[in-house]
Design a protein around this ligand. Structure first.
Ligand code: SF4
Ligand code: SF4
Length: 87
């Protein structure tokens, strides 16, 4: 009998967590749409369909490039182990 340990057609990592609005990824992109509301980093086009897809999808896979980012990943190849690896 052949045992299939995981579905190779499904993404290995599933993003979880949430954006804590530190603004680090937006600052790194020197994005013109980054502003602040009550001292918190805010995307001026967050709900606009014109918001870049790379922003919607970020972060896609580990490692996380910015320390303190509120996202993490679940590793489907490792029983949904939590991955919080940073660069
Ligand atoms: S680095 Fe993470 S927590 Fe900070 S603004 Fe970007 S997505 Fe949000
Ligand atoms: S479009 Fe919004 S989410 Fe994307 S980098 Fe600019 S401020 Fe950040």
């Amino acid at each position: 009998m052949t045992v299939k340990p995981y579905d190779i057609h499904a993404p290995r990592y599933v993003r979880a967590g949430e954006c804590l609005r530190c603004g680090k990824c937006c600052v790194a992109e020197e994005c013109e749409h980054l502003t602040t509301v009550d001292g918190v980093a805010t995307c001026a086009i967050h709900d606009d369909p014109a918001r870049p897809l790379c922003c919607v999808l970020f972060p896609e896979v580990p490692p996380l490039p910015y320390d303190g980012c509120g996202f993490y990943f679940l590793d489907r190849w490792d029983d949904n182990a939590v991955v919080r690896r940073h660069l």
